[in-house]
Design a binder for this molecule. Sequence first.
Ligand SMILES: [Zn+2]
Length: 208
Amino acid sequence: MTTVREYAITRAADGSCTTAGVQPLNDQIFELAVPVLMNDLVSCEDIVEIVGSSTIPFLQPAARAALAEAVAEMDERPRLVHAYRTLAHQYVLFFWFNHNQLCDISLAATPGSSPHEQGIAIDIRENARWRAVLARHNWRWRGSVDPAHFTYIGPGTTSRVRKESIRAFQRLWNIHNPADLIQEDGVYGDIETGPRIERSPVEGFASD
Ligand SMILES: [Zn+2]
């Protein structure tokens, strides 16, 4: 078993800097989030070209609609690295950022507070060509510190997504750790949820 923390350390040390290995745990978290967020997260797979190794191509409907308009205007699909992220995924990126910007991560939000976990952010390749058209459709470029990143700032979003994303991990932890139950409050904290995400297996929890 490899914990999320061990994984973050190892992938930085070997220089591979990939989040792909977190995918089984991502899937388990996402599986619990999907039924709760059925109306709040929709696939954007049909309007992008996926180029990431751990891409979860989901966005809030308003963000997806605005992206679809930009795609129609450009008459091409953006090459998508990240859209939605789970808490596990965000933890790894933040760990790298927080430890001397390992893996060249120049900016990453604290787990639980990223617009990616909110389903209103995309990281895309060849972003320079997309800045003007995305800006016209309420997608704000983050700037040169994180050039791949755009956040949807238009109307019609809900903060439920972030909360339920965190709660999905808390529920997953509790299902597999009945002797170490934590609050399912949808709030990320350094006392309860933080240490559990660190100790969770990237291969996913074994079902027994
Ligand atoms: Zn981003």
